[in-house]
Design a protein around this ligand. Structure first.
Ligand code: SAH
Ligand code: SF4
Ligand code: F3S
Length: 495
């Protein structure tokens, strides 16, 4: 019927555009990535088409994403592949034929949520035999998790980790051809595979990975163990991806990495994060640049200067504090002190006066005393964050802090947590209100979910504004007068 093509001969750039039904599957799979994955996508398509015929309808996929922005971006890649394979997205797990959980393990409660929902999925699968269940993400990199799944959750079809996510199409194919649980977990990787399909959640904004993994080994944190060593993408690949996104209608990007301030240090030709930003600044059509996350120890004066001079970098910086006690920071292996953090904040505010600062704080790290906690409150009062994520310390197996003997009793931690939250919220409310009466540029994101005569947009500093409008405005910029602040968002009027 078709002239079959040898996928190895397709230029990498064009892979996303070819008709996958013309790929010659009689040929062996290519060795080279990403060609190999496109070959397997084509192969999976034949299985899914068969399933669609048997079902008499399009099969549905449902992704559940836990954790950080990095996972959210990974899920867009998983969905990109699943859609090419022939599944259609649904929000409802109940009607899905393929369910994938992209997991997080940074705190214990993230894990518990996954186990809880898996039980429910298992009961669904009993009624729907053809249904497939896949698990991936950070939790899968923990051997004890995989053991538990093997023992008590036999109905899961496919388990893979963070390092081989680029092989998803191939693993999916293996799972479709097998009636056993398929498990593939790698310990680490140096590979970065570019140009795989992506299905973006928003047409006008996108996350862009600039680096993977983390080398910092903060003593409480499991991320370096489950995401591996730090690897930066080549600046040319990043610029190329952003250029393609902009051509496709994206006006705002969020550069993603566990520690963007150390971007580029290990490249063959080292580049600084500030230099990468300067190159992105030049890109025509790109309007807003955000990034996440900045480690205070690596935030350079060069970066502060670039931020001060930029017209595109948003006036928002997420600068995780974790603790305000220099003593605890040392045991956390954060490599800055209370004083150096405060001094850094001063330098940033001097260069970018209106900047919104947000942070992450952990309460109840092993050995934290009331005095240490008071130091944290002191920093919160001095910095006056626009908002702060507060976390109760969670003991993660395998991290140095988990082995420390002086774990803080739960009641004490809860009490400190409540006091911190109260302080953070009061300040946040005052800080959020400081733009009242001004006119700001807002990127419209969606029609308001409560009131369809309004749209909801985001300011550069990340705050939301609701104002009169309609769906045709989504993805465009509006100048909006901020009439009233309602705590953590504004009501406005377009000018
Ligand atoms: N790379 C980022 C953080 C990624 S994890 C950074 O260094 O800033 C996101 C947040 O989860 C961290 O900032 C920290 O506040 C919190 N977190 C990490 N491990 C935790 C643990 N064991 N218990 C509680 N919170 C934790
Ligand atoms: Fe975890 Fe620290 Fe790395 Fe952030 S910098 S991911 S907190 S080890
Ligand atoms: Fe969680 Fe992994 Fe992100 S552990 S916070 S999803 S890097």
């Amino acid at each position: 019927m078709y002239n079959k093509i040898d996928i190895r001969n397709v230029p990498e750039e064009k892979l996303d555009e070819i008709d996958l039904d013309t790929v010659d599957l009689e040929l062996p799979p290519p060795e080279l990535e990403p060609h190999r994955q496109y070959y397997y996508i084509a192969k999976c398509r034949t299985y899914v088409r068969q399933m669609a015929q048997e079902l008499g309808r399009v099969p549905f996929l449902c992704t559940q994403t836990f954790g950080c922005q990095m996972n959210a971006r990974d899920s867009e890649k998983l969905e990109g592949i699943l859609e090419k394979v022939g599944y259609q997205k649904t929000e409802h797990e109940e009607e899905a034929d393929f369910v994938i959980y992209n997991t997080c393990t940074v705190r214990e409660n993230a894990n518990q949520r996954v186990y809880g929902r898996l039980g429910y999925l298992g009961s669904m699968k009993k009624k729907k035999k053809h249904m497939m269940i896949a698990l991936c993400g950070c939790m899968m990199q923990e051997p004890q998790v995989v053991e538990k799944l093997k023992k008590s959750y036999r109905f899961v079809d496919l388990i893979f980790g963070t390092h081989n996510i680029f092989k998803f199409a191939e693993l999916l194919c293996t799972a479709m051809e097998s009636d056993r649980m398929v498990i593939d977990i790698w310990k680490d990787t140096t590979e970065i595979v570019e140009n795989l399909p992506v299905d973006r959640k928003y047409s006008f904004k996108s996350g862009v990975n600039i680096m993977f993994g983390c080398n910092n080994f903060c003593s409480y944190c499991i991320v370096p163990y489950v995401r591996g060593r730090e690897r930066s993408r080549n600046p040319e690949d990043i610029l190329h991806e952003v250029k393609k996104l902009v051509a496709d209608g994206v006006v705002e990007i969020m550069l993603l990495g566990q520690n963007v301030n150390s971007y580029g240090k290990n490249l063959e030709q080292p580049v600084t994060f500030a230099q990468l930003l300067e190159q992105l600044e030049q890109m025509e059509g790109l309007r807003r640049i955000r990034f996440m996350t900045s480690h205070p120890k690596d935030l350079s004066d060069e970066l502060i200067a670039v931020m001060a001079n930029s017209k595109k970098i948003c006036g928002h910086l997420h600068l995780p504090l974790q603790s305000g006690s220099s003593r605890i920071l040392k045991i956390m292996n954060r490599r800055y002190t209370k004083e150096s953090y405060l001094e850094l904040v001063e330098r940033i505010r001097a260069a970018v006066p209106d900047i919104s600062l947000t942070t992450d704080i952990i309460v109840g790290f092993p050995g934290e005393t009331e005095e240490d906690f008071q130091e944290t409150l002191d920093v919160v009062r001095k910095v006056r964050y626009d908002s702060a994520f507060t976390f109760i310390y969670s003991r993660r197996t395998g991290t140095p802090a988990a082995a420390m003997e002086n774990q803080v009793p739960e009641e004490i931690v809860k009490d400190r947590f409540d006091r911190l939250l109260k302080e953070v919220q009061e300040i946040s409310k005052e800080m959020s209100g400081r733009f009242e009466g001004t006119v700001q540029e807002v990127l419209v994101e969606e029609v308001n979910t409560q009131d369809p005569s309004l749209v909801t947009g985001r300011m550069g500093n990340n705050l939301l504004v609701h104002f009169p409008g309609d769906a045709s405005m989504i993805g465009s910029f509006c100048r909006v007068h901020l009439d009233t602040c309602k705590g953590f968002y504004y009501m406005g009027t377009p000018v």
